[in-house]
Design a protein. Sequence first.
Length: 127
Amino acid sequence: MTERWHPRLLTEEELLRFMSRITIVRHGRWLCWEWQGKKDRYGYGRFWMDGQWRSAHRIAYVCLRVFVTLPSGKSRRRMIPAQLPDADHRCCNSSCVRPSHLKAVTNAENQRLRGERARQYRERRYA
Ligand SMILES: [Zn+2]
């Protein structure tokens, strides 16, 4: 059995390694941080951390962002969740790791969005 991994902020060395894998590219109306490192067959970036390949965009969503802005306009140090949440790409670029392009979703929601995008893509192709 492997021990459960708890997300944490990246160390300086990890941050440098993470950022060195990113290129800024235009993707439609979005300016994406596109992952240039290892990717899975769906185009999602993979990042080696604590002895395992992990989802680069989910790492970016949780482990890069230290502060959140509250509705009052103030910012505070954010809590790191115990698990990496599923994160949907609002920019529809699966290689993107820009935190502002990601939105935490439930697994079911993620599946639904993925199906919907695949359908839209097919419709556009055969229209
Ligand atoms: Zn993006």
